[in-house]
Ligand binder design. Structure first.
Ligand code: GDP
Ligand code: CA
Length: 318
C-alpha cells in the first residue's frame, strides 16, 4: 500500500512513527512543510523536515519533541559571547552539523529535495521524505505592534513571541511562485491513501496545500483522504495553533478545522473521544467522522490512531 502523508513537525512526526508501526510494509511518502524554514548564522534550517527525520531516525529529543537527543549548546554560547544572535532559537551542537551539511550542499547547487535525501541516508527514517518544494517559501505572520502592522518571520512569532499577540494574517511568502518538489505530485497521483496527521492546519498542512498544484492533485487523486484532528477539546494538544486558526477566521474546534479543509479535500476526519459531539456536524458536511482516542501519549497510541485512519480510509473507499 502506498501512503502519502502531509506533515509538519512534532504532530506529523509522532503520527508517522505510529503509522510505521501500524503498517510496517507500507510504502510511505511524506510531503514535509518547509514554510518554517529560516536562515540563521548563514545556515539554512528546516525545522519540520528535521523533526520528521530525527523522530523516525531515532535521534530526536523525546521530551522536547524537536532537536537532538543528548544535545549540548557550546556553539550557541560561543556565538552569544560574540554578541551574535538570535538567542531565542535553540540550535544545539549536534543539530548544527545537519544545517552545515545542508547549507554546504545547497551552496554547491543541489536542490533541497536532493539534500534531504542525502541527510536521510544517514537517518534512515523508513519513509521517503520530500520537501513540499525546492523553492524558498517562508511563512510570515502579520501582527500589530505599537499601533503598527508588521510582518515577522513565523519562527519569530512562534518561538520568540510565543504567539503572545494576535496573528492578523499568515502568509506563505513565495508559495504562489513555487513548484512542488520533484516526486511530490507523482507520489500523490500514485497514492492508495492520503493522510493528514494531527499537524497544524494553517502553518503546516495549510502551507503545503498553498504550493500550487498540491491541493488540486490531492482533490483529484480519487483515493481516500483522511485526517486526524490536532484540536482536542477545543484547544491544540500542544502549541498555539488556535492563534493562527484565528488569523484565518477558523474556530479552534475539531469540527471547524474539518469544515475548513472541506469535503472537496477530506473524505474522513477523526476527532478525539472528548469531541464525540462534533461527529454529527462533520458528517452533515459530507465528511465521514468518528471519535477515537487521539492523544499520542506513546508510539502504541499513535499506532492505534494510524490504524483507525487506515480503517476509515477503507470505509470511505468502499
Ligand atoms: P509543529 O510543526 O512542530 O508545530 O508540528 P505539526 O504542525 O506537525 O503539529 C502541531 C500540532 O500537533 C499542534 O496543533 C498540536 O495540537 C498537534 N498535536 C501534538 N500532539 C498531539 C497529540 O498527541 N494528539 C493530537 N490529536 N494532536 C497533537
Ligand atoms: Ca512547524
Amino acid at each position: 500500500m502506498r501512503i502519502v502523508v502531509l506533515a509538519g513537525g512534532i504532530g506529523g512526526a509522532r503520527f508517522l512513527r505510529g503509522l510505521k508501526r501500524a503498517a510496517p510494509d507500507a510504502d510511505v511518502t511524506v510531503i514535509g512543510n518547509t514554510g518554517d524554514d529560516i536562515h540563521l548564522f548563514g545556515l539554512k534550517v528546516c525545522p519540520d523536515l528535521d523533526t520528521v527525520m530525527y523522530t523516525l531516525g531515532g535521534g530526536i529529543n523525546e521530551e522536547q519533541g524537536w532537536g537532538r537527543t543528548d544535545e549540548t549548546f557550546q556553539v550557541k554560547a560561543e556565538l552569544a559571547a560574540y554578541g551574535v544572535g538570535p538567542e531565542w532559537f535553540g540550535l544545539g551542537d549536534r543539530d548544527f552539523a545537519t544545517h552545515i551539511v545542508r547549507t554546504q550542499m545547497l551552496g554547491a547547487g543541489y536542490p533541497l529535495s536532493a539534500v534531504t535525501e542525502a541527510l536521510c541516508a544517514r537517518w534512515k527514517p523508513g519513509v521517503r521524505l520530500l520537501p513540499m518544494s525546492d523553492d524558498r517559501i517562508e511563512t510570515h505572520v502579520a501582527v500589530d505592534l505599537d499601533g503598527e502592522r508588521k510582518a515577522v518571520h513565523f519562527q519569530e512569532y512562534w518561538v520568540r513571541m510565543r504567539a503572545s499577540v494576535p496573528a492578523q494574517a499568515v502568509v506563505p511568502v513565495g508559495a504562489d511562485q513555487a513548484k512542488p518538489a520533484p516526486g511530490v505530485l507523482e507520489a500523490v497521483a500514485a497514492a492508495d491513501v492520503i493522510l493528514f496527521p494531527p499537524s497544524n492546519p494553517v502553518v503546516s498542512i495549510g502551507t503545503i496545500l498553498a504550493v500550487p498544484g498540491i491541493r488540486e492533485a490531492i482533490a483529484e487523486a480519487g483515493v481516500p483522504v483522511v485526517g486526524l484532528s490536532p484540536i482536542v477539546g477545543n484547544a491544540p494538544v500542544r502549541g498555539m495553533a488556535d492563534k493562527v486558526l484565528a488569523a484565518i477566521g477558523v474556530e479552534a474546534t475539531a469540527a471547524a478545522v474539518a469544515l475548513h479543509y472541506g469535503s472537496g479535500l477530506l473524505d474522513g476526519w477523526l476527532v478525539d473521544t472528548v469531541d464525540a459531539g462534533a461527529v454529527a456536524d462533520i458528517e452533515g458536511a459530507g465528511i465521514r467522522s468518528r471519535a477515537v482516542p487521539l492523544l499520542m501519549t506513546d508510539v502504541d497510541a499513535a499506532a492505534a490512531m494510524a490504524r483507525e485512519a487506515l480503517t476509515m480510509a477503507e470505509e470511505v473507499r468502499a
